[in-house]
Design a protein around this ligand. Sequence first.
Ligand code: B12
Ligand code: SF4
Length: 594
Amino acid sequence: MKCVLVAIGWENIALQALSAMLKKHGHEVDLVYDQALFDDKNYLCIKWLSKIFDQKDLVLQKIIELEPDLVGFHVQSVQYQEMRDLAKSLKNYYNVPVIFGGIHPHSAPDQVLLSDDPSVDIVCLSEGEYPLLELCNSIDTGKIDYSINNLWFRQEGGSLIKNETRPLIENIDELPIIDKELFAPHVSIPYSYLSTPSRGCPYVCNFCSLSFLGAEAKRLEGPRVRERSVDSLLEEIKIHIKKYNSDWIDFRQPVMSASKNWTVEFFGRYKDEIGLPFRCFTHPLLVNEPAIRAMHEAGCYAVQMGIECWNEEIRNNVINRSDTNEDIRRAVEIFESVGQPYALDYILGLPRLPVKQADGTTRPPTPEETMESIHEELLGFAKFLTPLKHCYRIAPFMIQYMPGTSLIEHGMATGDLDIEEVQRIEEGLHGNYMAEGSMDIHPKRLRLLQGYRVLIRFMSFLPPWAKKLLLKLKVYNIFWMAPFRVFITIFDLMVAVRDKDATTYAKHYIWWFKKRFDKNYHLYMFKKRKKFKPLSKVYELPENGILGEKISTGWKKTEPSPLNILKLDDELSSISEPDLQSDTSLTKEHPITK
Ligand code: B12
Ligand code: SF4
């Protein structure tokens, strides 16, 4: 059978993993990729430019032209609304089951699989390799198997089937090597090679989507962190590097690495067997000298580490990180002594702690107490940054609440979030952390945070003596008065010039931009739009699972036998007038046909 996978915004390892599994078992896989130029939900979002380059109609056209048997969307929260719209449009023209997978459907499956909206038929929770394979195998037999674990189904009429979640895959080496080829026509793999060497994270920071995956792993009694073996990871990299000749490697796993021995062994061999510069991520509690030295000697040009909050009480009690400020100092001293360049991440706008009252109860902090606590925290952090020499980038972001994470409860308790805001978060309608983040906070507090954001960003490229002077003379007070966007853009650009990550991102953008003028590319700017005839009824999964006949407009359900027609007549007579009307409204002409 043919499965079409859909991605928006950036290269996607999840789809490469799924594709490898399906292809290994003889299924056909295609990718429809929308770079979403200037609205990639990653870093660069310029609304007016994104409108000029918006080619959603071509994305839809491409999916329909491929005549798939199943369409799978990878959905992160920031992409949810767009993906849902795309699925809805697709079903106006083509009869096909739609499956949503990825962290967003996993975090909010009930919000995605709605009984009153047939846009999404199936949701995949947790890991998708085996469930998707089993689903495709069942489609091959002509009848959907509704008992596949990890999958939730929506059937004709809106009834839902919610299957159990299976344990996590213990040995991820057993999975086939990811299918990089899938993305080769769409992203420039030679610029940078994206790899995720492990799954899961040993920590449970409650602002992070991985925290509830951790809780889920515990419930399923499986191991939370699963690492590829050194041999298997080196093999994957060697095969692909030979093919794509990439400039550097971007190790994008939660933390590299949960095990000191693995790190020392892997990077000891990496140096001789691969030897390319790379970047990776860590956590203050995982930083130890042998591991950092092994990484540094192997060509690590940057380690990225989250500090997230300099107020120890908030770090421990609100965001659920157990590291102390001393642990962070110790980790940073190791980077400094080894001479390892590093980048630090920071979250602005975290909820404050409730205030304890004399009678033992608590109350939310007052606006004044909140402002005071922010000043204290961020000036303390700025002072901590002053002597650092090898920290080449400090990235302060606005808090973006992720669906399903328990930080939301703290936000509610302190009044930072209300129920409507939470609903917006679960529907993927919240702001990106690169911009204003999730909250609709008081303008005074926002201004204060923006001022500190500029100050901390500015400190990224100052030598220690200049940072000291800046703080001593309080020159930074100017940042509270200046236009935030102008300042942050200037400083972002200054940091970006010497940041390999940012320069590669810029190179990718130019590459993508050129693709829009390549006649053979599916998102060619001037490509002729096809007209598709709208269907009279939106496709829904048949109750008996039988898919019927495959024609150019997708699955055509088998005509009911004369016996069933009699039954159907009875059913139809019980449908009320408004129901029939709402059905015909689905035949309205869609913009693509205009
Ligand atoms: C690598 C990575 C990236 C890479 C590549 C993106 C990618 N998805 O491959 C880059 C750098 C581009 C990136 C960017 C962003 N990322 Co990111 N990223 C990750 C990271 C570290 C690993 C993802 C990964 O490769 N996992 C390995 C694969 C195999 O596992 P998986 O993704 O869980 O997929 C499995 C299942 O979910 C399921 N599945 C997934 N998709 C589908 C689809 C179908 C049809 C089916 C059936 C199943 C299925 O099957 C897969 C295989 O088992 C995760 C954290 C994490 N560990 O998950 C964050 C994470 C996914 N990123 C996150 C975010 C917020 C972003 C950004 C928005 C941030 C930003 N502004 O920079 C952007 C969005 C860019 C974009 N448009 O894609 C959040 C998402 C939170 C949320 N609720 O949406 C995560 C979870 C990090 C976090 N700690 O919260 N990211
Ligand atoms: S250490 Fe990083 S990846 Fe792990 S739970 Fe915390 S924020 Fe998420």
